[in-house]
Design a protein around this ligand. Structure first.
Ligand SMILES: O=C(O)C(=O)C[C@]1(C(=O)O)C=C[C@@H](O)C=C1
Length: 310
């Protein structure tokens, strides 16, 4: 004898109960925002990118079932962004040139529906907005995607008003981490924060022409695992190299000072930021879970869920 199906009314009652529980928890979480702001103290940095990455990695890592992981991340990005704004002023400046790649959309996906985002037609405009304190964060194209005059040499300055790279977007792409859309870095006057799986950027100014291979050897002798390098002659006598390295790079990393002190060819070096490594397609793929559609042989919905949303 087949089991009597639960009535639609009963199922909806269960959904109402679950919605109420979720809502109660959200209100309880919100009450903590005020306490968190107090615990940080006045003038503290509100946004903590390392902590945010850890929260998202933990939730995506423990997630089970067909609810798409990129949407789990999206929901928490909304929550975390509201929490950031509940603790103090928080606004973004995004590079969005006319007819070019509009990074304000990427910023909206990551920093939620309510974060004020101002668009700028030039990378320098974004950097200035952050340096002048008009925006807490700036969204810029990946340094390696620069075709004209690159923006990253502007980070090679000392002093407090020089923005640093603190995050990379998208962290959990809605296309399931397949990297089809635009990518960006986030800059801020706040220091980057370790997340447990990071990559760093340093800028190296050389006294003389050094081949890419020789520069890599120099850097690996100084203890860096180099992933990528970009070169730019900022002024006739100022060859700069942007170097992406494995692992977190704090502003006061002793290897950076040692590179200048112990290497004849390097005249200056700056640690210019770090970012939490974004979630990959593998991280964001849903593990197949028993579902009625799958059991009934309707694979299309289950496949769409396991691949993330497109
Ligand atoms: O943990 C903190 O420092 C918080 O402010 C909380 C929280 C969150 O909502 O989880 C919000 C903003 C921070 O960037 C990181 C995390």
């Amino acid at each position: 004898m087949s089991e009597k199906p639960t009535s639609l009314d009963d199922l909806r009652r269960k959904i109402d109960e679950i919605d109420n529980s979720l809502h109660d928890l959200l209100m309880r979480r919100t009450e903590l925002a005020r306490q968190i702001a107090l615990a940080k103290g006045s003038n503290a940095v509100i946004m903590r990118p390392g902590r945010e990455a850890r929260v998202l990695r933990r939730l995506v890592g423990r997630h089970q079932g067909p609810f798409p992981k990129p949407v789990i991340s999206r929901i928490w990005r909304e929550i975390i962004s509201v929490f950031t704004r509940l603790q103090g002023p928080f606004a973004a400046a995004a590079f969005a040139p006319e007819g070019g790649s509009d990074l304000s959309l990427l910023a909206r996906d990551h920093f939620g529906s309510l974060t004020p985002i101002t668009s700028y037609g030039s990378e320098m405009g974004v950097l200035r907005a952050v340096s002048d304190g008009k925006a807490n964060i700036g969204i810029l194209p990946l340094p390696e995607s620069d075709r004209g005059t690159p923006w990253w040499p502007k980070l090679a300055r000392s002093g407090k008003a020089s923005p640093k790279i603190i995050a990379r977007l998208p962290f959990a792409a809605l296309d399931g981490g397949r990297r089809h859309g635009p990518e960006a870095v986030v800059v801020s006057l706040a220091e980057p924060e370790e997340s447990g799986d990071d990559q760093g950027y340093l800028i190296v100014e050389l006294d003389e022409a050094v081949s890419r291979g020789a520069l890599k050897t120099l850097l690996s002798d100084a203890g860096f695992e180099v992933r990528n390098t970009q070169a730019w002659v900022d002024a006739p006598d100022r060859p700069l190299h942007l170097v992406e390295v494995e692992g977190f790079l704090a502003s006061d990393d002793a290897r950076v000072a040692a590179l200048v002190a112990e290497t004849d060819q390097v005249s200056h070096a700056w640690a210019v930021g770090s970012f939490a490594v974004p979630l990959t397609a593998e991280d964001l793929a849903n593990s197949p879970a028993p579902s009625t559609q799958a059991e009934n042989g309707d694979a299309s919905d289950a496949d769409a869920a396991s691949a993330g949303v497109s």
